[in-house]
Structure formats: C-alpha cells, structure tokens
Design a protein around this ligand. Sequence first.
Ligand code: SF4
Length: 488
Amino acid sequence: MTGEPGVTGEPTFLGLPTAPPGVGHLRGSEPFPAAARRALADTQLRRNLGKATSTIRAKRARVVGELPDWEALRQAGQQIKADTMRHLDRYLEQLEAQVTARGGVVHWARDAREANQIVTGLVRATGATEAVKVKSIVTDEIGLNEALASAGIHAHETDLAELIVQLGRDRPSHILVPAIHRNRAEIREIFLREMADADPGLTDSPAALAEAARQHLRRVFLSARVGISGANFAIAETGTLCVVESEGNGRMCLTLPEVLITVMGIEKVLPSWADLGVFLQLLPRSSTGERMNPYTSMWTGVTPGDGPQQFHLVLLDNGRTAALADQAGREALHCIRCSACLNVCPVYERVGGHAYGSVYPGPIGAVLSPLLTGIEDNASLPYASSLCGACYDACPVKIDIPSLLVHLRARHVEESGPSPEAVAMAAAAWVMAGPARYRAGQRAGRLGRLLGRGGRIRRLPPPVSAWTAARDAPVPPAQTFREWWRER
Ligand code: SF4
C-alpha cells in the first residue's frame, strides 16, 4: 500500500465525520435555479434531451419487462449494497490484500487533489506524455484530465461520447451518454473542426461519425504506454476489477498499454463473485437497455507476459466517508451509475445535466453531490425535484431517492439556521394571535391591491420577491370576510 489510508493514518472508513469534503467537479458556479432557467430557454437542448431520454426509456422498459424476477434482483442488489456499506472497511482491506498479492499496487486518496497527485506521479514515472482513458465519471469528478494537462500529459478520451465532449471543450451532461445534449449535426461540426484527420466530406450518419472516431483513435491506442480507467465493480475476495462498456475502446485501454492505472470510488467494492452476477444483470438493462453489455473486462493484478505489466489501483474517498456517516444518506452510495433515474426524471429531461453543476446530474446527482461536498456547497440541488418518485421506481438497487431528497432538505434547513420562511411564519403567528393585530394586518395586506393587474400580482417587492419569481400572487380582496359579515 502506498499513500495515506485515512485521516488518522489507518484505513478507518466507517463513521468518519472528520473526513474532508469532496472536491473537484462536484459543484457548479451558480445555483440550480439560475442555471435551470437558462437551460429551459434552449429549445434545441430540450429537443435533443427529449428524443434521447425517451428512446433509452423505451429500450429499458422492454428488456426489464422480459425478466419475471426483476423485483427479486432489485431486492438482492439493494441488500448486497447495504451489507457492503456496513462492512466497507473490512471489504476494502480484503481488496487491498488481494490486489497486492496478485502484483498490483494499491494507493489511498483522501480527496481529488491527492488522487490527481498520485496518478500524475505514476504517469510521469513512465516518461509518457500521453495516456488513453476509458470512460470514467470518477476521473471527471476529480478533474484528472486538467491535472494531467497541467503536468504536460495529454489524456485521450476514447469513449465516443467522451471524445465528443473533450473535442468540443464541453462538459458531460449525462452519466452514461455524456454528449446527450448534442445532436448528430453538432457532432459532425465538432469532428470537422477539431480532428485534423477528419474527411472533409464527413456526413452526420451515426456509422460515418463512429468510423471517423475509430480512425482518429487508432494511432492513439497503438502508441499509448499508459491506460487510465475507472471501475464499475471490484471483487474483494479475489482482487478482481471489472469494467463494462459498449464500444470495445475500454478493452483496448485495459489491455494494450504497459501500465494501467484505475481510479475507483471506495463504494464500488463488492464482497464476492456471486454478488457480481446480480449486478451484471441489473446494470446493462437499466443503463443501455441491453440484456448484456457487449464488453465486460475483468483483470486481477498483473499476469506476466499478458496485458499491462504494472497495475495501480487508486481508492478514492473524496467525501464518501462523510456520506457514509449520514445514516440515511449513505444509501446514495449504493448507486451503480446506470443513469435510469436521469432518463425518467421530468426535471432532468427539461433542463439537462449542466444545470446541476456537478458531474453527477439528475436525481441521484441531487443527492450525491451535496452528500459528497457538504450541503452548504450544493444547497439548491435537493430542491431540484418534483418528488414524483419515478426515479425510485426505475432504480435497479431501489435507492429511495425522494426520501433522501426530503432528508437533505431537512438537513439544509437545520444547518442553515432560521429560514426566511420560518421568520415569516413566526411573524404571521404573532399577527394572528391578537384580534387587533389581525385586523391591522389585513388592512396592511390590502395595500397589495395597488400592485395587482387583472386579479394577479406578478411581482412583489423584496423580501417577498422570491414568491413571485416563479408564480403569481392573488390580489387581496377589496373586502374582508369580517367586513362582509358586519355589513349583513
Ligand atoms: S440512483 Fe439508481 S437509477 Fe440512478 S444512476 Fe444510481 S443506480 Fe441508477
């Protein structure tokens, strides 16, 4: 083991409120409401999202409907994850021992900065200035590409959607389909602009775009000496890592380079092979709507003469132990990043991923991001939901996202002290507690009639302006009930 395992020098992960909050690309520059308002005005974005999410939803529903034991599988997934979280320290130490015994090296990173330092140091030690990457949200979370770039190392994204995002100098907007906000015409434009080797006659047919990416990446695959990946799962009992993907680019990155570096959030560990069987049924059906994903790559340490001859596993905390310390919130760590909750969410479908400001968008992002960073840094996200419950129904590991959102809203209210709403309610209670005060309040409220047009008040002055930012207020009646009663 290299690096420091935890804040106390020991790998003590359970119930550690002192673990530092998550840093990296987990929070945006503006709160969700402002970002969402801008996204809503983009009709092209809404068209792209509506088309893509409805297609994936239909595919998922079809393959899930084929399984008579789908609910039993969900139940099993939920229980395995809950057990794993309860004994996370034990499984992580077991994983470390097994990876080390098979010739791998395990590093522990408390946050994004430490993880980036470790990976940059490992790539530098090889003398390479380029690396190939498998699609990995956790490396997006820590901002690894930027950290490598500042050390003079170019990380080539090799997943088609990640490549589109990278070439477009864009940000991912979906867990599974990072370029979901782009249509084919926009992708063609990016390729023609950014790929020196692109055919000027390139069309926007999916086959032509995929072929252009394939040609572009071939040289990179064959010359890369370092591969970088995330991991979908890690098996504690054997030290085996697992990556699932659809394009085969991952298999190339995991097998061709001499050195393989895998960055993995500590919550991705599973106790045993038998557990993996459950998740390999749940994940592809929930994510791409396939019965089985086309490529499932697994490796255990180093095999002499076959594949990478150096393997490094970086185990990342970055706020996860703080999330684990939240008895209710820890359920969010069960997430297997399938993105089914995004595709069914009415909020996500209209505003897209960028509005959430974090690499984890949609319903699970609205829970996970504030848990990883601390609520005050992502305070608006738990409110970015209508609490309709579609995410809960779709989640393959039965994460009760609506209850977690309510839990985080309550935590936010408790941690931020008396809210304007609480102050307003206390004032209203005082006014209503005395008949004279109540009558005076009614007379004062009637001044609101001056602001009304057509029976509605469209804009109230501060401090109550937030009320009319998203809705109209009714104009107070000319006569109160008591006045009307007295008249008769
Ligand atoms: S919360 Fe559930 S549905 Fe959403 S990405 Fe995670 S596993 Fe998938």
